[in-house]
Write a protein of this length. Structure first.
Length: 191
């Protein structure tokens, strides 16, 4: 029973950290999940015990498996169960399982259309990417670069940057970033 209580006591701080990492306010999270701000606050502060009714919408919004959200004990299965997420026309495939820290993703960017409108962004962090297939257009500050399969790039994300397919074929990347870098590709746009 002590182990269960320890797991449940750790859920609130983990939820608060995920919310902060994702840049959500309690008000925005309440609006997105349909859970009241006061309930979310009590859940994060340990004043409310987590239950499936509360945790399922939060896991969906944060894009993490429920067992990761609650810090469930490891079952011994080393496989990462890939669950693609589509945002802004791109597909993100998480390749790592833990919340926070360094994250690995496969990113699939569809072929660029004629009305592509690059919108370079900045954020905290440093980013590393590797082109698996296709040709990547990387706008980085004043540079307009094209990287082909097998090429890698790393850069300070304080420099305005944007990623997109360089031609009429999709591009697949391996992307590594930490808690701050996670926001970068969720806001990048491609046609």
């Amino acid at each position: 029973m002590d182990e269960l209580n320890d797991v449940l006591a750790a859920v609130g701080p983990r939820l608060r950290e995920l919310r902060r990492q994702r840049g959500f306010t309690l008000a925005r999270l309440a609006e997105t999940t349909g859970i009241s701000e006061s309930t979310l606050s009590r859940l994060e502060g340990g004043g409310r015990r987590p239950n499936l009714e509360l945790l399922l919408p939060l896991a969906r919004v944060y894009g993490v498996p429920l067992d990761e959200l609650v810090g469930a004990p490891h079952t011994g299965d080393p496989r990462v169960h890939l669950r693609p997420v589509r945002r802004h026309g791109m597909t993100f495939v998480p390749l790592s399982r833990r919340a926070g820290g360094l994250q690995a993703f496969k990113l699939v960017i569809p072929a660029e259309g004629p009305a592509a409108d690059p919108d370079p962004r900045t954020h905290e962090g440093y980013e590393w990417l590797y082109v698996l297939s296709g040709r990547l257009r990387l706008l980085l500050g004043d540079q307009d670069l094209v990287l082909k399969s097998g090429e890698a790039a790393e850069f300070d994300t304080h420099i305005p940057h944007w990623l997109g397919a360089a031609d009429a074929a999709p591009v697949e990347l391996l992307v590594l970033f930490g808690q701050q870098g996670e926001r970068a590709h969720l806001r990048a746009r491609s046609a």
